[in-house]
Design a protein around this ligand. Sequence first.
Ligand code: UT7
Length: 337
Amino acid sequence: MNKEVNQDAKPAYLAHIAGCGSSAPTKKLTNEDLSKMVDTSDEWITTRTGIKTRYICSDNETTALLATQASKQALDMAGLDPCELDLIIVATVTPEMVFPSTACFVQKNIEAVNAWAFDLSAACSGFIYSLSIAQQFIESGKYKNALIIGAETLSKITNWQDRGSCILFGDGAGAVVLQRNSDGKGILYSTMSSDGSNWEALSCEAYGSKYPACKKLDDPDKIYMSIKGREVYQQAVRRIVESVKHCLKKFDLTTEDLDMMISHQMNARIIESASKRLKLPKEKVFMNIAEYGNTSAASVPIAFNECYRQGKIKKGDKVIFVAFGAGLTWGATLIQF
Ligand code: UT7
């Protein structure tokens, strides 16, 4: 079902990105390293996915740690005291623990004593979903400042013997500070969608209430991510194109009006194919998948932070975020930075 946000009413306030940050573990795993672990090659991975390296956590690096590091950088750029935060959302499918939420650990770590905090589970679309939730609170005038984080440690649920999936994913976190703004800049429009009937295309089945940790699994591989790559590939291209077009149309814009597309980094070929259909030139499509691989909910905010810090987007630019992932879930957010 498709959900649209902020299409007709012109709110007095917009949720504007005042700061951004990102973080990654120290260890880098190359395609060469992987070719010593499974039957694959740098050539196969590069040509099929565009990925060359990915960052992988050590045992003592966790989702809350990466989320906290990214958050501190975003708060620093915004020049905001953590005490002024009203809300913290962490989008993740690899949380610190079953509970409490990763967001509560971040709140403790940064001492955001006046914020309430929760996690959101929407896989690769989690950051887009979280932005739109915070957008509602800010546009309504209820809150001034929100911290939105995408953070994942997918390496901890990766089957390192499955060459079909282990080459794709990496760990990391990205964060943005959203702030109430009345000069017309900020989130202009968001769209989100889900299709639960296709859940089997991408999943990690244990451990939850269906397959609890206290019961022996019929298939021990249920603790790992499993993907039907080809199925996801085709859907991803279609949904990215659809979401971007939908956002632009609702705001009476064309791809020519866009300054940058920041897509979820799932496969360079998927992003290139979608950009081609959208008639977006290369210089308006940011990619850092070669270095990071697919970091799920962390992917869009990490890419946004890098794009900004490389000077490829500036204040006032129109930027679109777009993501697609497990659920299935997908969505896009159009912003004026
Ligand atoms: O964020 C959402 C999550 N992201 C995704 O789900 C990713 C979406 N899908 C994809 O990115 C691509 O479908 C993959 C990269 C996963 C796979 O690429 P593909 O071009 O769709 O390859 P394929 O699955 O059709 O496999 C082609 C061949 C197969 O061999 P045969 O049957 O043709 O002999 C695979 O067994 O490539 C083989 N293969 C590999 N070979 C070397 C699969 N994985 C590997 C590998 N190294 N790592």
